[in-house]
Design a protein around this ligand. Structure first.
Ligand code: GLY
Length: 387
């Protein structure tokens, strides 16, 4: 990819600032698995029995592994291993296992196994893949998302766009075992997602409901975005990044074309409506309140980098340059305006939002930091990946 020397320079500086801060932050938070921060800017802890199944619990371990790769500092590795051990309790809770298995064990067990080749982490990755596969519904060819959504609606037939990002767990398991079953499920789900979630203009639905007994498409729901007709930014980022990953594993051009369709839509929304490249919670939310979600910016940036690499490989340098440029704009906006590299708070990224209609907006969220770090390290050529 054509990364200018001046960009390489700020990326190196940003990585040094990130890693420098996190050495102290990790020292003062040993044994925790954080999701967000408290009113004093200190990390919370989701490693106890009540929270061990929380869907974001893999991102802290993932961040620690990336930091270990970046710096070689032992503390990052030790804490990452501790995180993975604690997460074993989640395997014993049927209701706590859902489509987020990929988010939980890819950045922890599978990333570790890729480096150390250890049997324990391989076993965890495979158990997670088996659990994820068990959520596949042949009636409709989709992976069921959540076990419940926190209200009285029946989620048996629900699929969500986020799941595109967890499919690499299945591609990895098939490669690891030489057993095509897992990949077949990933491909079947990706094909359903392509048909049922992606609108003609490249915008993406969050939740699609199918009749779980017949597979009939019933409709879509606003989910974490503004409404059914809207365009939740993190959902767009999961689609963009997730379809690119499905292309990387399968080399099926239809996934690359789908990722490009979403990416072109996202870039056009940013250029026309959010030229500072600070990402809202929903590309179609009302002008006020102008809620932001920095996690969507970081995930979009990571997906665009992979897409830029794919386009370069196919020989389309101008498309590659377009996606790289957009990614750099997103990351630079975060670096200059939305990062706290001081020790006042434990998190790095500011203004992250989980869902448009939550009572809390614009706070610290661990996967924002993870994907921001991962994207910078991708550009630096140092990121750990599972492909
Ligand atoms: N996967 C859930 C979310 O993006 O909030």
């Amino acid at each position: 990819m054509n990364i200018k020397e001046t960009d390489k320079q700020w990326i190196k500086e940003a990585l040094a600032q990130f890693a420098g801060k996190m050495e102290t932050v990790v020292e003062r938070n040993q044994g925790k698995i954080p999701y967000t921060t408290d009113e004093n800017g200190r990390f919370d802890d989701r490693s106890g029995k009540k929270d061990i199944c929380w869907w974001t619990n893999g991102f802290w371990g993932g961040e620690l592994w990336q930091l270990y790769k970046l710096t070689g500092k032992e503390i990052f590795m030790q804490e990452a291993i501790g995180t993975e051990d604690k997460m074993d309790a989640a395997f014993m809770d049927y209701n706590g296992m859902d489509h987020d298995a990929g988010f939980r064990w890819l950045p922890t067990a599978v990333i570790r196994y890729k480096q150390e080749n250890n049997a324990e982490s391989r076993n965890r990755g495979l158990l997670a893949a088996a659990s994820l596969s068990g959520r596949f519904n042949l009636n409709g060819n989709f992976i069921r998302a959540w076990n419940d959504w926190g209200d009285d609606r029946d989620t048996t037939g629900w699929a969500i766009i986020d799941c595109m990002m967890t499919l690499p767990l299945l591609y990895w398991a098939s490669e690891e075992l030489g057993d095509p079953r897992f990949k077949a499920i990933a491909v079947a789900h990706a094909d359903t997602a392509m048909k049922s979630f992606i609108r003609e203009d490249g915008s993406v639905k969050h939740i699609v409901g199918f009749d779980p007994a017949t597979g009939e498409y019933l409709g879509n729901y606003g989910g974490q975005g503004y409404d059914e007709a809207s365009s939740w930014t993190r959902g767009q980022s999961w689609a963009l990044y997730g379809f690119t990953l499905s292309y990387i594993y399968t080399k099926d051009m239809k996934y690359l074309e789908t990722a490009r369709k979403v990416a072109d839509y996202v870039i056009s929304e940013l250029d026309n409506k959010f030229p500072e490249y600070l990402v809202p919670v929903d590309y179609r939310q009302p002008a006020e309140p102008a809620y932001e979600d920095s996690t969507a910016a970081a995930i979009t940036a990571g997906g665009l980098i992979e897409l830029a690499k794919c386009m370069e490989e196919t020989g389309d340098q101008s498309a590659s340059d377009k996606y790289l440029t957009a990614s750099l704009k997103l990351l630079k906006a975060l670096h200059e305006k939305r990062c706290d590299y001081t020790l006042d708070k434990d998190n790095i990224l500011e203004k992250c939002t989980a869902a448009y209609f939550d009572s809390r907006h614009e706070f610290a969220i661990i996967y924002g930091d993870y994907y921001y770090l991962e994207a910078l390290m991708k550009l630096d050529g140092s990121a750990l990946t599972i492909f």
